[in-house]
Design a protein around this ligand. Structure first.
Ligand code: NAD
Length: 325
């Protein structure tokens, strides 16, 4: 496959999806972005990028129409419901988008004979403090409704490879951070709440360990895999930078030059203590302090991006899965 190909990015108006669009532009490609623009997807995320846009639902027939017309050589599926707290409060959308929608994407890829990179997560392997660090082919043991929906989609991808010979593969990035991440997620939430002089709620002890990856590194690796990865594989993509949630808040405080006021709150039900994957190949990633520094600067300089989002109950409430009405 040549380096310049026709790529469709599903979920391209989201946090990682918009970074993938920028990476494709950098490599001279003008992708189709197909996105429903849910609360998480925003046209602003694509500002300054070169792409064709179709608003649509991966669960609907409009997906097949858009792909038949654009005729991509590769599809990258990032469209999903992505917030674990929301999946605890209301799991149904996670099933319809992350499972049924993902199967609709597989059907479109099968009918059109298009290669597919499906984006999954390290959370499918479950709690590494119980099961240990996962290799590419370790069993999937999801804990939350979110990770259960992502694991389910992975099984469908591999079933399509085996049953229909579809040229499809899975990538599993670890926890991402960087510009344009929705304020309901830990790092932007902590940066924004501290800028506003508010306390930052921390689930339980705050000693949960996560592997962190700067979003531009993820975008680069996803495009590499979309173009050159081997069908039938599930590539582990850890960032290689492990930190507890409290350590992350310490780094944010240092980058901001302000104290992060921590408020310990009731732990999230079923909260995994640790995620750990061994990578499928070796690659460079941005050091955590550099990435956090860049992220903090972006949120300071782009307040018009996040200020309209502050009414979001998953940003405001301390224990949102219980208290959101
Ligand atoms: P995000 O929530 O920022 O963006 C998701 C995008 O999908 C949004 O633009 C939204 O509008 C779109 N979308 C949602 N439902 C849709 C539907 N039914 N049809 C069409 N579009 C729809 O998510 P993100 O953080 O960018 O994550 C992207 C992908 O990467 C997801 O599959 C997620 O599971 C995976 N992932 C994320 C992380 C992370 O830390 N952010 C880590 C590992 C894997």
């Amino acid at each position: 496959m040549t380096e310049t190909v026709r790529v469709a990015v599903l979920g391209g108006a989201g946090f990682i999806g918009s970074a993938v669009v920028r990476e494709l532009n950098r490599r001279g490609m003008r992708p189709l972005v197909f996105d429903l623009l849910t609360y998480a997807g925003r046209p602003e995320n694509l500002q300054g990028t070169d792409h064709e846009f179709v608003r649509g639902d991966i669960r609907g027939p409009e997906l097949h129409e858009a792909l038949s017309r654009f005729r991509p050589e590769v599809i990258i599926n990032l469209a999903a419901e992505t917030h674990v707290d929301r999946s605890i409060y209301s799991p149904q959308d996670f099933v319809t988008t992350n499972v049924i929608g993902a199967v609709n994407v597989l059907e479109a890829a099968r009918r059109l004979g298009v290669r597919l990179l499906h984006v999954s997560t390290d959370e499918v392997f479950g709690d590494a403090s119980v099961y240990g660090c996962a290799d590419e082919s370790s069993p999937l043991r999801p804990s939350s409704p979110y990770s259960a929906s992502k694991a389910s989609a992975e099984h469908f991808v591999l079933a399509y490879v085996r049953t229909y010979g579809l040229e499809a593969l899975v990538a599993r990035p670890s926890n991402n951070y960087g510009p344009r991440q929705h304020p309901e997620k830990l790092i932007p939430k902590a940066i924004i709440r501290t800028l506003l002089g508010l306390e930052v709620p921390v689930y339980g002890s705050g000693l949960q360990r996560r592997d962190w990856m700067y979003v531009e590194d993820t975008a680069r690796l996803l495009v590499d895999l979309a173009l050159k990865g081997e069908a039938g594989r599930g590539y582990n993509l850890p960032g290689g930078h492990v930190a507890t949630n409290l350590e992350i808040l310490g780094l944010i405080g240092r980058a901001l030059g302000r104290e992060v006021k921590i408020k310990h709150v009731e732990d999230r039900p079923g909260h995994d203590v640790e995620y750990c994957m061994r990578p499928s190949f070796s690659y460079w990633t941005t050091p955590l302090e550099d990435g956090i520094g860049r992220t903090v600067r972006w949120y300071i300089e782009n307040q018009e991006w996040w200020r309209p989002l502050l009414g979001n109950k998953f940003f405001v409430n301390e224990v949102p899965w219980r208290s959101v009405g």
